[in-house]
Structure formats: C-alpha cells, structure tokens
Design a protein around this ligand. Structure first.
Ligand code: 3HC
Ligand code: NAI
Length: 697
C-alpha cells in the first residue's frame, strides 16, 4: 500500500504523507517520495511542490526502527530527500498541520517556504534519543534563525508551538484554516534555499569573539560526554561547523557526527527507552475493555503522598476530595497545595487564575459521606494492613457501586485489601512515587481479581495524570521497591566491607545515578528502612545492626539533620560523617566481616547486578512483564541513567554471560533465568512475556 498520495491544485503538486500513526519517513516512504518529486519535476504544468501530512502529524521524522538495524544496501533516507530538493528546480513548500519533528522538520527546512496551522508544533528532538539532527537540521536551522537560538532548541529537544516558531523565523506563515490553501499561495514564488544563507550567531553585542565564546560556553553547560552529554557535545560541534564552514562542508561534518552517534551505546540505549516506554501499555492477554470515565476522585489520607496525589489529579483537571481526619494535617496539606501552585506561578508556568482554579479543585473532608459519588478513590493512609483493611471496608460500604478503589501502598498485599470488599474486580494498586506530583512513575498493581476494565482505567488515568505507568504483579515491594531493597542491601554490604558511604554514592553518581544509595536512604528516611527491616528482614537483609544503631541514635536522615550523612541545620547537602564510618567498622568487626579493597568497578557491578539479578527473578515469576518495563521503573522511579538504558538493558550491553560470571564470583545465588540465558548465549532483550498472566505472589 502506498505511503503517500498525490493531487494537483492548479500549478501545485500536493504530496501527502500517509504513514500512520506518525507519518514517519522510513526507507520505503523516502523511496516513494523521491519518485514523486521526480514526477513533479518532470511535469511541465507544475511549478510548485507542497508536502503535507495526513491526520494530526506532518511527520515525526525518521523511522527510529531504521536506526536499530543495518539499513539495506542502497537504502535512501531523508538526507537523500533533502539533497534532491536542493538540486530541484521548482518551488518547494511545507504545509504543516500538526506535529513536524526531527527529519519531518528537516525536510521542511530543505523547502523554500514553511506554513503551518496554529495547532502545529515543530521541533528537533533527536537529542532525547542520544542523536543529533542528521538530515541537515544542524546546518539549516542556524542559517535560518541564528546559531544560538537553534542550539537552544536542539539541545532541549522540546517542540516549539507555531506562534513562537513564526516569531523565531522558522515558519513563514501561520494560518487558522486550510494550510494547503495557504501553501499554494507560494506557487511560483522564487526559490529561497536556506542552505544559501550565511549562519550567524543570532545574538548581538559580543563582537568578534561572540561565536567561539558561545560555543565554549555551550560545551561547559552540558553534562560531560560520559555522563549523558555524549550527543550534546557533538551537537555543539555540528553547530560550530555551521558557523565556520560553507554549507556542504558543515553538512558533511553533521553526517559524520550523526553516523558515529547512531551506533553509539548511549543512543541505542535511549532508543530502547523510547520504545520500552511506548510498549508499557501493551499488555498481552488483557482482553480489550473500555476504560471507565474518571470525572471525580477522592484521596484517603492527606499526608505526604495523599497531598501530592491530590495535586496531581487537580493539575490534570480532575476535581478531588481529600479525606483527612487530623486538623493539623489538613492545614499542612492545604499549605503544600497552595505553596506548590504559587511556586508554579512564580516560575511562570501558570497564571494566578489557573493556580487558583487548580487549588480550588482540591476539597478537604472529614467524613466518607463526602465522597460517595466519586469514580475512583486512592487510599494513602499509614502503611499498616489493619488500617488499610478498615479503610477498604468503609469505602466499599460508602462509595457508589462501580467506583474503583485503589491503594497507594508501597509493599502491602492488594488482594488482602480487595478481600474486604464486595467489588474485588474494582480494586487495584496505584503506587505513586514521592513527590507524587513530580515523579513520573506510576506502578499499577494487578490484584488477582482486578478486571481488565479496572486495569485499563488505571492505565488511561495514568496517561491523563501525565505519568509513565508500569503494570506490576502483586508481590512484596512490587517491581521498584523489591529491586531497590536488593540494591540497598548491597550498598550497605559494601560499606560494611569498609567502603565509605560517600565513596559508594560518588561512584554511583559518576555512573550516572541521579543520587547515590546512601543519599537516597537519608532522603526517604532511615526510620522507614528500619520499619521494613523489622517486618521483612528477609527482604532487605540484616548482616549487621547498622540500621538499628542509626535508628536508635535518632539518625533518620535529612529530616533529623543526620543519617548516613550529616547535614547543616536545615540543609540538604550530604556531608560525609566519620562517625558513621566508625559505626560501620564496629558493626563489621562484631559480625566478622573483614575490610577489603574494593575497586570502583566492583562497586558499580555489585549494585547494578543486584538489580539485574532480582529483575530477572521478577520476570521469571511474572511480577514484571518485560525487561523494558523494569528499565523504565528504575529510570523514572529511582534515577537510573537513561543513557545506560536501565539495568536490564545494561546487562545485555555487558553481556548476560559476563554478568552471571561476576555474580558467581560475588558468591550470590544466580537467578535461574539469567543462568539459562547465559547458557544459551541469549540476551534479556530476547525475552518475551509468556502466555501466562501476571503472577500474584
Ligand atoms: N519512528 C518510529 N515510530 C515512531 C516515531 C518515529 N520517529 N515516532 C513515534 N513512533 C511510534 C511510537 O512508537 C508509537 O508506536 P505504537 O503505537 O506502536 O506504540 C506511535 O508512533 C505513537 O507514538 P506516541 O505514543 O509517542 O504518540 P504521541 O502522540 O504521544 O506522540 C510524538 C507523538 C510527539 C511524535 C512522539 O511519538 C515522539 O516524540 N516521537 C519521536 C519523534 C522523534 O524523536 N523524531 C526524531 C526521529 S530521529 C530523526 O528524525 C533523525 C533525523 O534527524 C535524520
Ligand atoms: P503519612 O503518614 O504522611 O500520611 C498518612 C495520612 O493518612 C496521615 O495524614 C493520617 O492522618 C492519614 N490517615 C491515617 N489513617 C486514616 C484513615 N483511616 N482515614 C483517613 N486518613 C487517615 O504517610 P505517607 O508517607 O503519605 O504514606 C501513605 C501511603 O503511601 C503509605 O501506604 C505508604 O507506604 C505509601 N507510599 C509512601 C511513599 C513515601 O515516600 N512517603 C512513597 C510511595 C508510597
């Protein structure tokens, strides 16, 4: 089936991309377009060629799948398309109605004119995939709007709306109505190649050294190459080439840099993350079901999490009632709500009126009678099964039949809560991460009776709340915390062997983690960890009494000014504390653990492979569906570096057999799944969810 259509309007040939869902310009599509251009160029009645896209997309750019495998010999791509337009003799116009991203915008930049509808957005998001624009974008955008603004757009990778794009000079015209009509107004207009222009910096007043200064500053502002800035430095190099060289030479530089990047480990990892995120909602064996409409919600408990979840609902336009019995807690919660929205106003993210409206969408109540008509309730009371059971019994008796009852529990059994109700099919876990209004991750926990419709509703709600939702089986700690516990145990084991917490953290930050494990303990609370250790010592381990000692000393972390680190009064910056190292040494001595010399490499391996080993168990037991789901949980929930693709992707990069050999060397039990993959010479990415449903451990 053809991936495009052609029509003629007067002297204009309209070429429409028809490659749903996003009109990606893959190899086959480019082949067709080259032929369509040749035909139009050879048609004497045609003076102008207009490109446009069907649906709500002009084009999302290259087909990213093409970068994951070797292209067939002689395959043509967007570069060839742009080169063909450069060589052509007629007038070319891009008529954008919707999204033009990446290679889609680059094709438009190779045209003479660009018009768009007001709803359109344009952008060069390649950096998010660890790439740079590779079809002339780094050379044409600086020539069109100036190198400095172009660099800013390409380094951020965020789309720009049509109005702003016109102000910047990317678009020639923005229209309300028929974009083809607007484009055909350029029929017969003189050619206006962007490539013929000279690139300028786009900011004035810095004199002769402006360009080298801007380039040097840009290099300093992006992360180092091995800490996620791999593509950013190459992007700056490419823009520098646009300033220094004539077009063809700059273009050759861009192509070389892009070709290096596309095969690089960070880019392959980021492309994996892109697809893994989009696969999350595809749940095998889940019969199709229409999600329920969520018009109104309730939260039980206005503590840390309840307040954050309420802000999240209100921000997505869903009015919410928070049931909180404690007056002082209601006051604190109200202050957090107003504080959060006023902060957004201060940062220019919303108007005063919007902030007011959103804050007003959150009501407080003491009694369950206020929430009997809501469509979903999210329970966020204390992490205690007796309290949760009581809440579920009351909710089932009060809230209208058909409403979903969800729990934000971090570790407790969803089925035990469902058993308190006469609607277990409507009970589900919705595990938000703290701070709930900021963290992107949402684990959706499938109870043994949760219906397909309940799960689909939770997934759809996640999307509406702008969360990345991952489905998890119902087992202690679900996916993320279960993995984090093994990771924590290993971090503590390293410190017991004499590696200081600050060194463990520094090594892991250098690996790319947003935070080291010990700083994370101090943020979430050593007391929380202590409580889990009391209840489930088997899950988090207890070789020494270090957690007890810290707990007894009141060292709960940031909130008490000391934990694994010390903090200045009211400060959040961890300061290494020799007292804690002494405690570790004493505890290690008492437990007969000898100090060792541990390399940085071993620190990374022990912490990351702890995640891989438990991740494989979660896959085997059906708690997690796919390796990619686990990667997304750790990237979005725990700050794992996306340029390493997540722990499971990283294991494939290192080679599962190598990981298994190291795990054996560390003396751990190897996950049977990893052992089997290693033996067969397979990778985790070859794993596909089996026909069985998610487990209910
Ligand atoms: N290539 C292949 N598939 C793509 C794609 C692309 N460029 N862009 C989106 N898709 C697929 C998604 O995988 C998804 O597939 P699925 O339905 O099977 O899950 C489907 O299109 C819809 O995507 P989303 O769910 O993300 O849809 P949204 O409407 O939420 O978002 C979007 C649309 C904003 C375009 C978003 O998909 C996006 O950001 N896409 C990537 C854009 C991009 O990075 N373009 C640059 C590509 S690299 C390039 O052009 C190189 C060039 O410089 C040489
Ligand atoms: P919190 O202690 O800050 O808040 C709990 C609130 O619930 C308190 O305000 C309390 O007054 C209220 N409450 C207690 N019983 C109630 C009842 N019967 N009816 C109505 N309100 C009641 O606790 P936090 O941290 O907000 O945790 C809540 C839940 O979220 C727990 O299940 C926890 O495991 C989970 N969670 C916590 C995370 C965190 O980092 N704090 C992260 C993810 C989940």
């Amino acid at each position: 089936m053809a991936l495009h259509t052609e029509a003629t309007r007067g002297a204009a040939r309209i070429i429409t991309f028809e490659n749903p869902p996003v009109n990606a310009l893959g190899i086959a599509m480019v082949g067709e377009l080259l032929a369509a251009i040749d035909a139009a160029e050879n048609d004497a009645a045609i003076t102008t060629i207009v490109f446009t896209g069907s649906g709500s997309f002009f084009s999302a750019g290259a087909d990213i799948n093409d970068f994951l495998r070797e292209p067939p010999k002689d395959a043509k791509n967007i570069r060839d398309l742009c080169a063909r337009i450069e060589r052509a003799t007629k007038t070319y116009v891009a008529a954008i109605d919707g999204t033009a991203m990446g290679g889609g915008l680059e094709l438009s930049l190779a045209c003479d004119y660009r018009v768009a509808t007001t709803r359109s957005k344009v952008g060069l998001p390649e950096i998010k995939l660890g790439l740079i624009p590779g079809a002339g974008g780094t050379q044409r955008l600086p020539r069109l709007i100036g190198a400095q603004p172009a660099l800013e757009i390409m380094l951020k990778g965020d789309p720009v709306d049509a109005k702003r794009a016109k102000e910047l000079g990317i678009l020639d015209d923005v229209v309300e109505g028929d974009v083809i009509e607007a484009a055909t107004k350029f029929a017969g207009a003189p050619r206006k190649r962007v490539s013929a222009r000279q690139a300028e910096l786009g900011i004035k007043g810095l004199g002769l050294f402006a360009a080298p200064f801007a380039v040097a500053t840009a290099h300093k502002m992006v992360p180092p190459e091995d800490r996620g800035g791999f593509a950013a430095h190459k992007l700056i190099d490419a823009v520098e080439a646009a300033l220094e060289f004539e077009f063809q030479r700059g273009l050759a530089r861009e192509f070389r840099l892009f070709d290096e990047l596309v095969r690089s480990a960070p880019a392959q990892a980021l492309m994996h993350v892109f697809f893994a995120e989009r696969e999350l909602g595809k749940i095998p064996e889940l019969e199709p079901a229409e999600p329920l409409d969520i018009k109104r919600a309730a939260i039980i408990g206005g503590g840390t999490m309840g307040t954050g979840i309420a802000i999240t609902f209100a921000s997505a336009g869903i009015p919410v009632t928070v049931v909180e019995p404690q007056d002082d807690q209601v006051e604190r919660s109200r202050q957090t709500v107003f504080g959060t929205f006023s902060y957004h106003v201060q940062r220019g993210r919303m108007t005063q009126e919007e902030a007011w409206q959103r804050a007003q969408a959150i009501e407080f109540a003491k009694d369950y009678s206020a929430i009997k008509d809501v469509d979903i309730v999210v329970e966020a009371v204390f992490e205690n099964m007796d309290v949760k059971k009581e809440v579920f019994t009351k909710l089932d008796a009060t809230v209208k039949p058909g409403a979903i009852l969800a729990s934000n529990t971090s570790t407790l059994d969803i089925d035990a809560m469902a058993a308190q109700t006469k609607r277990p099919e409507l009970v589900v876990g919705t595990h938000f991460f703290a701070p709930a209004n900021i963290m992107k991750l949402l684990e959706i926990v499938r109870g043994k009776s949760s219906s397909a419709q309940t799960l689909q509703t939770a997934m759809a709600l996640g999307k509406k709340l702008r969360k990345v939702s991952v489905l998890s089986g119902n087992a202690f700690g679900f996916i993320g915390n279960r993995m984090f516990f093994d990771y924590s145990r290993e971090a503590i084991a390293l410190a017991e062997e004499g590696v200081s917490p600050s060194r463990v953290d520094a090594v892991m930050k250098n690996f790319g983690m947003a935070m080291g494990p010990f700083a994370t303990f101090d943020l979430s609370g050593v007391d929380v960890f202590w409580r889990i250790q009391q209840d489930r010592g088997d899950a988090v381990g207890k070789r020494t009494n270090i957690i007890d000692r810290l707990y007894q000393a009141g060292r709960y972390g940031q909130k008490t000014g000391a934990g694994f680190y010390k903090y200045e009064k009211g400060g959040r910056e961890p300061i290494a504390d020799p007292e804690v190292e002494k405690l570790f040494a004493e505890e290690a001595l008492a437990a007969g653990i000898a100090p060792r010399n541990v390399s940085d490499e071993e620190i990374v391996k022990r912490l990351v492979y702890a995640l891989v080993n438990v991740g494989a168990d979660l896959l085997q037991s059906g708690i997690a569906l796919r390796p990619g789901d686990i990667d997304i949980v750790f990237i979005y929930g725990y700050g794992f570096p996306p340029h390493h693709g997540g722990p499971m992707w990283y294991a494939d990069e290192v080679g599962v057999a190598n990981v298994v050999a190291d795990i054996k060397r560390f003396g751990w039990d190897v996950s049977p799944m990893l052992a089997e993959l290693a033996q067969r010479g397979q990778a985790l990415k070859d794993y596909r969810p089996s026909a069985k449903e998610l487990a209910h451990a």
